[in-house]
Ligand binder design. Structure first.
Ligand SMILES: Cc1cn([C@H]2C[C@H](O)[C@@H](COP(=O)(O)OP(=O)(O)O[C@H]3O[C@@H](C)[C@H](O)[C@@H](O)[C@H]3O)O2)c(=O)[nH]c1=O
Length: 387
């Protein structure tokens, strides 16, 4: 007799701890949606911080006492872990350490479920060699597999749900779709010829230098800033100390508006709608690449500047086939945005490169989309593992 109280069967369990920010839950949630939506699999997502999750996904319904969103069962991961039947395959998000009782239940299965530790994204070359490396559990008959998302064919690829680029193209072909989105975010129709820029970043004191360039520039800039740490830096430029979604301030050619934090689908459309996107961390960084528009990456800081190596590794890949002037402008601008250079003076060459960057980024997204996506790679991996 099975001692598990909850006997429902799931194809995948995904475990996620919210460390800080929204990156871990952002990635795990997209992956859960991909496995359920594109592959028709039964997915259960264990999250230790449902409040953070509800920012990315405000629409959670309760059916027979179960929390459901986008076809995924959402479970609070609390200290007292319930007795459940392990899923056929298990994802540990970013080394979050599975509950002991769950590991024991996995080991007790006649054939243990494939167990994957999903790693952070990096463009560094060593990732190719570490993807799918294994680590046997010290006591139980279980093996953990390290699964790396990435940019090369030797990694697990990137999260990309089915039909993403077509949906983007349809949206970008319809000016009315952009207007509807902006209205839904409380933004008035931009003046003709205005450059739309979205700004999602960590705290960024250097932003003032950039805002000054835009304010003094010849062309109107409409800056859309989702709620988050950089909002304070932006509003201080306008002499404001309090911030709230909907606030709008103007100086010279620059208009800045604070946006509410929206669900992932609407945030994607914001990236599609803007002419330039500032993104951060991991998930928004990937989504900006799918948007096919010029973008700048505020990378998550690590000790001893380890993030610089990561940043340069991506720049090397991304600019490899780029026209040299544009490549130099991107490198200079991104480095300055991350604290290695003067952002104000780096803007002009970056702005001059925008048409070339747009063309490059369309092909970059297309090339990335020719590789298998992360959810499909995981499905394939789990099928092979049980053969
Ligand atoms: C601005 C905005 C973002 N989002 C989503 C997009 C992403 O899924 C998520 C933000 O995640 P990221 O872009 O990855 O940035 P982040 O800074 O929040 O996450 C970071 O967290 C650290 C713990 C990790 O170590 C980092 O690598 C990184 O992932 O928020 C919305 O859904 N709505 C919004 O309005």
């Amino acid at each position: 007799m099975n001692a598990c109280a909850d006997e429902r069967f799931f194809d995948w369990d995904i475990f996620c701890r919210v460390v800080d920010n929204f990156g871990d839950i952002g990635v795990c949630w997209r992956l859960a949606k991909g496995l359920a939506g594109d592959h028709g699999l039964a997915v259960r997502l264990w999250i230790d911080d449902l409040k953070a999750f509800s920012r990315l996904c405000p629409e959670i319904s309760t059916v027979d006492g179960r929390l459901l969103a986008a076809g995924v069962e959402i479970r609070r991961w609390s200290r007292d872990f319930p007795s459940v039947a392990p899923a056929a395959a298990v994802i540990e998000g970013f080394g979050c350490e599975l509950p002991e009782s769950y590991l024991a239940a996995m080991a007790a299965r006649p054939s243990p479920s494939p167990w994957v530790n999903l790693e952070y994204l990096s463009a560094e070359r060593w990732v190719d060699d570490c993807h799918r490396m294994t680590s046997p559990h010290p006591r139980l008959p279980l093996v953990k597999h390290f699964f790396f998302p990435g940019f090369s064919p030797r990694t697990g690829g990137l999260l990309r749900e089915r039909g993403l680029l077509d949906a983007r193209d349809r949206f970008q072909a319809q000016p009315a779709a952009r207007e509807t989105l902006l209205r839904s975010l409380g933004v008035a129709t931009p003046p003709p010829g205005a450059r739309l820029i979205s700004l999602f970043a960590y705290e960024q004191p250097a932003v003032a230098a950039l805002l000054a360039r835009w304010a003094d520039g010849d062309e109107p800039v409409l800056l859309l800033v989702p709620e988050g740490p950089v909002v304070g830096d932006v509003m201080r430029f306008f002499g404001e100390h309090a911030t709230a979604p909907g606030m709008c301030r103007r100086q010279g050619a620059l208009t800045a508006t604070i946006l509410p934090f929206v669900d992932q689908e609407r945030y994607d459309r914001l990236l599609w709608a803007c002419d330039v996107n500032f993104v951060r961390g991991e998930d928004s960084f990937v989504r900006a690449q799918w948007a096919g528009q010029p973008f700048a990456w505020h990378i998550y800081r690590q000790e001893q500047d380890a993030h610089r190596v990561k940043l340069e590794a991506f720049l090397d890949r991304y600019t490899e086939a780029m026209e040299p002037t544009a490549a130099a402008a991107v490198r200079r601008f991104w480095l300055a945005w991350n604290g290695w250079g003067d952002i104000g003076s780096a803007w002009r060459p970056f702005a001059a490169a925008l048409p070339a960057l747009r063309a490059h980024n369309r092909s970059w997204a297309q090339a990335l989309a020719s590789a298998p996506d992360l959810a499909s790679s995981l499905v394939q991996f789990s099928r092979n593992a049980v053969k």
